[in-house]
Write a protein that binds this ligand. Sequence first.
Ligand code: DAH
Length: 338
Amino acid sequence: MKEKIEFLKDEINNLVVATAEELEAMRIKYLSKKGEITALFTDFKNVPNDDKRSVGQLLNELKDLAQQRYNILKESFSSKGKTDTDLDLTRTADPISVGTRHPLSIVKSEIIDIFSRIGFVVAEGPEIEDDWNVFGALNFPPEHPARDMQDTFFIEKSPDVLLRTHTSSVQTRTMTKHQPPIRVLCPGRVYRNEAISYRAHCFFHQVEGLYIDKNVSFADLKQVLLYFAKEMFGADTHIRLRPSYFPFTEPSAEMDISCNLCGGQGCPFCKYTGWVEILGCGMVDTNVLKNCGIDPEIYSGYAFGLGVERITNLKFQAKDLRMFSENDVRFLEQFRTI
Ligand code: DAH
């Protein structure tokens, strides 16, 4: 009997099973009631008493081996079965949702990209500011209405701590810290005490530009703004400058671009004028240069400030400003491919 047991052990160890039928055949052959191992147990009574102990041990080992082999084969076979039948490895993977960039970020980055190609670098400043950086140094007279509580959010009064109302405050900080040549772009969030509606919000975003060097002229400003308009809105875009007033620039101007919706023909968006205003600009006032420690006898420069929401609206025609801060994914997802 010992030889028979050894023979079956070898056989079981070397067994290869490829299909469900072969696995079932193995079970029947070794483990069923009519199987070979059961038959050996039946014969066990004929084993001489002296050998019973050792043969019984071998027989039990054989039975355990057969059962284990069967379990392992069944396990591997059933997971193999799953791969073959339930999983389609050729199917494309489920798309991973990676979110979208905010439209204002997309446009801000594009503005930075356009100006960085002609040497502007990004400068940043704090959103919580003081009166000097936001108004005083920028030549706002003490009684200027912009300082009014109606327009500015004050955190503290005397000394004034307030939320900046424009990114021109970064001009002040940059010029106070660095001597020319200065060529910076200052993107950031600004705050104004406005009632929230589809066309106004109490916070929005601006990008400020500043260039100070020897012999900088209004012609340089105009050329740079024309370059920006064409890069941003297309090569067919025209610009026009209208005289205006800002305390920190002299002369000052506002810039319009030809309406990019109707190509300048006139439409409801441009109120049938063919033009839309996109920024304020001018030559930095000599008082501002002096306030920041720059000698106006040696240096001159230009500045401009534009609203990121305005440019974004022109590019994407979002009709309601509030959509930019509501975080509604139905709105944001529309910018997925950009
Ligand atoms: N700071 C102005 C505003 O908030 C925008 C502006 C106008 C900035 C003219 C400038 C400029 O640098 O030269 O409305």
